[in-house]
Design a protein around this ligand. Sequence first.
Ligand code: AKG
Ligand code: FE2
Length: 251
Amino acid sequence: MDSRLRDEGVSNPYELADTSYLDEACEVVTELKARQREQNVIAREAGIKNNNVNPLIDRHMDISVIKNLFYDQNVQTVLDENLGRDLFVWRTNFFVKKEGTGDNKWHHDRHFENGDDPIDIFNTDNHFTLLIALTDIDMNAGRIEYLKGTHRPIPGFDRDIPRHFLETPATVQNRVTPLLFERGQFVVFYSSLIHRSLAFGEGEGRISMAARLARVGTNFPSYGASNPAGGAQAEAEPIVYYRESGILAIN
Ligand SMILES: O=C(O)CCC(=O)C(=O)O
Ligand SMILES: [Fe+2]
């Protein structure tokens, strides 16, 4: 088992065995992003709500250069050796950052537990994120950061917090760690690990693919799982986000 995954909550970076899909994958994502922007513009100009399905979501189902990433020999080995067998993908999304793109606040990716069970934030058995860099992601390109070790309880750091938050809590300030990638590198992390990405700075644009993984037998909630925070911060995410149509068994 990767000792960084065990101790920090995120694995070391690994390289895809086959990087020959990356250029085409980037082209496809750039096109999907342009389509999303167009849909937003049309809706805004018409003064209506954009009701289109987000074109960037779950394209591992129908676009082979995206789907193929999950069957890359090195991805398969890293999953097998660190997270075990019987995993499925239930969601993919792309984070495209370029001139003008803002930040993604601190958050974790643990959206639900199992069916309607409450979220068990420190359960490391069933929910994971696989993050693949389709381009380099350096310090200035909207870098990704994580709070080292937040997959486990940390004395003095209360996890009854909003799902998304801007300020770095003082007790974990010394745990902020950049997660830098070269094109074609990937990591896995426990979905409870707190992470964020900064606004785009300068240089080339960058693209990441985030995939939500869960263990076979893990069921979607009937509506959505509330955040353990309680109160207004605990708003459940509605069932519409958990599309059965995004499920792909990967090992
Ligand atoms: O790539 C990013 O900017 C954010 C990634 C992220 O939040 C995730 O992988 O869950
Ligand atoms: Fe995330």
